[in-house]
Ligand binder design. Structure first.
Ligand SMILES: *[C@@H]1O[C@H](CO)[C@@H](O)[C@H](O)[C@H]1NC(C)=O
Ligand SMILES: *[C@@H]1O[C@H](CO)[C@@H](O)[C@H](O)[C@H]1NC(C)=O
Ligand SMILES: *[C@@H]1O[C@H](CO)[C@@H](O)[C@H](O)[C@H]1NC(C)=O
Ligand SMILES: *[C@@H]1O[C@H](CO)[C@@H](O)[C@H](O)[C@H]1NC(C)=O
Ligand SMILES: *[C@@H]1O[C@H](CO)[C@@H](O)[C@H](O)[C@H]1NC(C)=O
Ligand SMILES: *[C@@H]1O[C@H](CO)[C@@H](O)[C@H](O)[C@H]1NC(C)=O
Length: 499
């Protein structure tokens, strides 16, 4: 499509979305604060009424009864409390051939986690996915490390005959993409719907999550690709025995499922049953591994967010804004642009927020960015510009390192592999595990999602919190031999092999 055609196709609302995200967010925030004020008035009214009733009871009925203050504690509790015994586990794929120091933090593998989820499934498995290449027929290589992907596909295909209903939402494949896996799954009894985000929002369905028996979930960076198990570095989270969270993620799946119908259009507003009460303002209150946690799921793009759903960009910006000590970010790619727009457009929402945190609150910012032959050349000057803020005199602290997955001769022949595909952020308060690259397109046009967890500090002798575990992963990678400070690169050094 010619740029002029694309420009003409932008309607006023979309232009606003691109140019004024901050104002939009402000408007949203105002709506929320109005609602919050209403809620405060309501609660205050109930409180006063209860107090009055207490006083009256105290005065006239129970002259020697219990003090009325005790009655106030019996106020109706929030509907966002969940009593499921949820357990959360960080899940990683570490590409073959990578080694860390002894005693480095290690997490269960994506392969093992997926295999366990499949084996435990009793009634249903819903998968939201970008594309499927679990066998290495796509590369015409005969890779021994494709075996894990092939195993996952084989086990998935057995689910329908075990009575487990399987639904797969996938981004509408490009014409040259192979469909073998999806066809095989359909033949085995899975139902597949292709979601045409290109037509709907000029993006793709980039979300990656699983929901098992409406009780367990996986959400993270791993695609349904054999390389995501053995050749690409991935990070995600599995949450077990957590039906309240799984059902909320289910609403996001149902939205994709609806949009996968032929000629579907995006409802505005979404019907009430897609809405949620779990969000940034009123998260789900649940125990994760026995420790109190506040949890919510965010979603992109804005058009896919039903009433009450926190937009992914809004979530990410507010997490940076709430940090008081540090913000550590590990993403495959970082660009303050709409990278898929022609002509290119500058898009600074996240970049501004990072600079603001470094300047106004002296928050320590660290970015660990994936680096491979497909990295965009434009990424590096923007990253260097962020790192240029680092300054001992003013105590602005912004550091940028590039992470390179090592490649041997045989591995170099595998297309689209050997990269750090992580998409997470950890601050002094929050663990944010997402599915999006960090550039404007992913938040405004492409379907993505994130799990956001904050936990009160765990007691000394119990298990670490998810935030602590994620911080350990970040530190391991930041200090590893695979990371390199962007400032130490020579002028002509092309460490990522960018063409
Ligand atoms: C690993 O941890 C053990 C036990 O805490 C310790 O004895 C050992 O020295 C550590 N090894 C390294 C290489 O740090
Ligand atoms: C989930 O709950 C079941 C039944 O109570 C239990 O057997 C299982 O170990 C739990 N899973 C996790 C990961 O805690
Ligand atoms: C909402 O209700 C419609 C009609 O019954 C149904 O098709 C859809 O799946 C529901 N959505 C959710 C999120 O449950
Ligand atoms: C994420 O970013 C990288 C680098 O720009 C790109 O190669 C990759 O295709 C992106 N992912 C998707 C799904 O677009
Ligand atoms: C800033 O301080 C650190 C630690 O004290 C030091 O290693 C570094 O060289 C200083 N950088 C500059 C530019 O002065
Ligand atoms: C939660 O419990 C699971 C196993 O039950 C464990 O693997 C995981 O590391 C724990 N997560 C945290 C954050 O402590």
């Amino acid at each position: 499509m010619k740029p002029s055609t694309i420009l003409r196709k932008l309607n006023a609302q979309e232009i606003q979305e691109q140019l004024l995200p901050a104002e939009q967010l402000n408007r949203r925030a105002q709506q929320y604060s109005q609602r919050a004020q209403l809620a405060v008035i309501l609660v205050a009214t109930i409180l006063v009424a209860t107090l009055l009733a207490g006083v009256l009871t105290h005065l006239f009925i129970l002259p020697f009864g219990s003090p009325f203050l005790e009655r106030v504690e019996v106020l109706p509790s929030s509907a966002n409390i969940c009593t499921d015994p949820c357990r959360a586990v960080l899940v990683e794929s570490i590409p073959e051939g990578m080694t860390y120091e002894d005693n480095s933090t290690i997490n269960p593998s994506t392969f093992q986690t997926w295999q366990n989820l499949i084996r435990d499934a009793r009634s249903s498995l819903d998968i939201a996915s970008f594309y499927w290449t679990l066998t290495n027929d796509d590369t015409h290589t005969h890779e021994a490390t494709a075996e894990q992907g092939e195993q996952i596909l084989a086990e998935l295909m057995q689910l329908p005959q075990r009575g487990v209903s399987m639904r797969i939402a996938v981004s509408t494949p490009k014409s040259k993409q192979r469909l073998d896996d999806l066809q095989a799954l359909e033949q085995s009894g899975a139902v597949v719907r292709k979601v045409n985000m290109g037509r709907l929002t000029r993006g793709v369905l980039h979300t990656k999550f699983w929901i098992v028996d409406k009780t367990h979930i996986y959400l993270g960076s791993a695609n349904m690709d054999w390389r995501s198990l053995t050749q690409v570095k991935e990070l995600g989270a599995a949450v077990y025995n957590c039906s309240c969270l799984a059902q909320d993620l289910g609403k996001m799946f149902e939205a994709y499922w609806f949009l996968g119908l032929p000629d579907a259009s995006i409802p505005s507003p979404w019907p009430a049953n897609y809405s949620t009460t779990f969000n940034k303002e009123t998260p789900l209150e649940v125990k994760l591994n026995g420790t109190d946690a506040s949890v919510y799921l965010s979603s992109a793009p804005p058009a896919l967010c039903a009433e009450g759903r926190t937009e992914d960009l809004h979530s990410l910006l507010s997490i940076i804004d709430d940090a008081s000590e540090f913000v550590h970010i590990a993403v495959m790619s970082y660009l303050p642009t709409m990278e898929f727009s022609h002509p290119g457009r500058y898009w600074s929402a996240i970049d501004n927020q990072l600079r603001k945190a470094a300047y106004e609150r002296r928050v320590h910012i660290r970015l660990l960015i994936g680096c491979w032959e497909h990295s965009k050349a434009a990424m590096f000057p923007f990253l260097k510009s962020l790192a240029a803020l680092n300054d001992n005199d003013t105590h602005y602290s912004v550091e940028v390192r590039l992470f390179m997955v090592p490649v041997d001769e045989a591995q170099a022949k595998i297309p689209y592999a050997r990269v750090n595909h992580n998409k997470y952020m950890v601050t002094d308060k929050v663990a944010y595990i997402g599915t999006s690259n960090w550039s404007g397109d992913y938040f405004l046009r492409t379907a993505g999602s994130a799990l956001v967890v904050s936990q009160s500090e765990a007691n000394a002798n119990v298990e670490p919190t998810l935030q602590e575990q994620l911080l350990a992963v970040f530190k391991r990678d930041w200090n590893s031999k695979y990371s390199r400070d962007i400032n130490t690169l020579g002028l002509r050094e092309n460490i990522c092999n960018i063409h």
